[in-house]
Design a protein around this ligand. Structure first.
Ligand SMILES: [Fe+2]
Length: 424
């Protein structure tokens, strides 16, 4: 194991020592933990709490659907009752692109805000973090803030209300945003970007459509698994990752088929947060590295891209992580500790396949083109090898082969149109 790690480290260090060093710094730096409010009505309780913090004006960052559905009501009513002023920027779109975030920055400055409530899915939360970093570091563009600790000044305070159970952004150090010029994702990493407080309110999640529940839930599962099987896993991250995996196997199918089930929704929200705790310290791996390329190139929803790639990357990684997958299998109640590790690990792989099937996740990426694969694999390997503590090294050729497995099935050739006289 040690020689394998050293061998991998030599390869990856050659690729980007500076970036990896900065990533390692995140591993050992203390990461603040937000105060978490959990349960029905938690968004209102968060509003009542932060209304007393003395902010001059709070910017609520969200999307128009959340705004129209009235999901902000508990929060805004509590803010008003507590005498706090706020404005709403509800223009966030999936994979928020740089120009949109720049509009949010202008909106924040025009309204003299001094704090942000990130209210929504991963895109709203990550956009909020990017706005917070940018308004606190006016001399730097968003592109200049991408990377590790690029902002000198501490970002303004962020409070988070996730409306999906997936990204875990309410407890993480990173903001992922889209660069429409390069068609890539950019990541701003800073331990000071972790929200000060987060509300996990299952009432905000009961209206999520099943396909979003599925994709975001598998995103959380991927966070937990990649954190657990990577080289940076620690006893602390293991506890969180195992708890998340157990909760997800117990509750994701229920949340998917019975979206109004508050207990399943709350447990999925907790699972996503636990997985966030784990991966923001132990990082992710090739599943995310590849999924980010699909997101940048084809705008594939992040959770869906992860869900499609997770089984294949796990199968490739199996020789290096059999023992770890066996532990996950036991926690997911797929077998007993007394069973052989190989048997348990295979049970876990089979269970991930079955979970994807039950949640209607396709086994291929409809948008994927053969001609794009070399570039996608190269970018994925570059991302993984410059920041992720992957358990089994993957060459670009192997990565291409793995991505090739999710090409859409070939369409049957069209029959040539018959020539002849038309009949009425
Ligand atoms: Fe993710």
């Amino acid at each position: 194991m040690i020689s394998e790690f050293l061998s991998e480290s030599l390869r990856t260090t050659a690729l980007s020592a500076a970036m990896r060093g900065a990533g390692l710094a995140v591993r050992f730096l203390p990461i603040p933990q937000p105060t978490i409010l959990v349960g029905p009505g938690a968004s209102g309780r968060l509003g009542r709490t932060i209304a007393g913090f003395g902010h001059s004006k709070i910017l609520i960052v969200t999307d128009s659907i959340i705004s129209k559905l009235g999901l902000l009501d508990d929060l805004t009513t509590a803010l008003t009752a507590g005498g706090a002023e706020y404005v709403v920027f509800d223009a966030i779109t999936p994979d928020a692109p740089i120009p949109l975030i720049e509009t949010g920055i202008d909106f924040y400055l025009e309204n003299d805000c001094d704090a942000i409530v990130a209210f929504g899915g991963g895109s709203s939360m990550d956009a909020s973090k990017a706005i917070a970093a940018a308004v606190s570091n006016p001399g730097k563009s968003l592109r200049e803030l991408a990377g590790y600790f690029k902002g000198l000044n501490t970002p303004v305070k962020i409070y988070a209300v996730p409306t999906t159970a997936g990204t875990g952004s309410e407890v993480t150090v990173a903001a992922v945003i889209s660069d429409p010029e390069s068609h890539t994702k950019m990541v701003i990493v800073d331990t000071r970007l972790v929200p000060k407080m987060a509300a996990l309110d299952p009432c905000l999640m009961t209206g999520l459509p099943p396909h979003i529940t599925a994709a975001t839930g598998i995103d959380a599962l991927t966070h937990a698994i990649e954190a657990f099987v990577g080289h940076w896993a620690s006893p602390g991250t293991d506890d969180m990752a195992l708890s998340a995996v157990g909760l997800i196997f117990d509750n994701l199918r229920v949340a998917y088929s019975d979206g109004k089930n508050l207990e399943a929704r709350e447990k999925m929200a907790l699972a996503a947060t636990y997985a966030g705790f784990a991966f923001t310290r132990a990082n992710v791996g090739y599943v995310h590295a590849i999924a980010h390329q699909f997101g940048g190139k084809y705008h594939t929803p992040h959770g869906l891209a992860n869900a499609i790639m997770l089984p294949l990357v796990l199968k490739y990684s199996l020789p290096a992580i059999t023992d770890r997958l066996a532990l996950l299998a036991v926690r997911a109640k797929l077998g007993r500790e007394s069973e052989a590790e190989e048997v348990l690990a295979q049970k876990f792989l089979d269970a991930v396949d079955q979970l994807n099937l039950d949640l209607g996740i396709p086994t291929f990426l409809a948008a994927l083109k053969e001609s794009d694969i070399p570039q996608l694999a190269e970018a994925a390997c570059r991302e993984a090898h410059t920041g992720y503590p992957v358990p089994r090294y993957m060459s670009q050729a192997v990565c291409e082969d793995i991505i090739r497995q999710v090409l859409p099935p070939a369409m049957p050739a069209k029959k040539p149109a018959r020539r002849g006289k038309k009949t009425a």
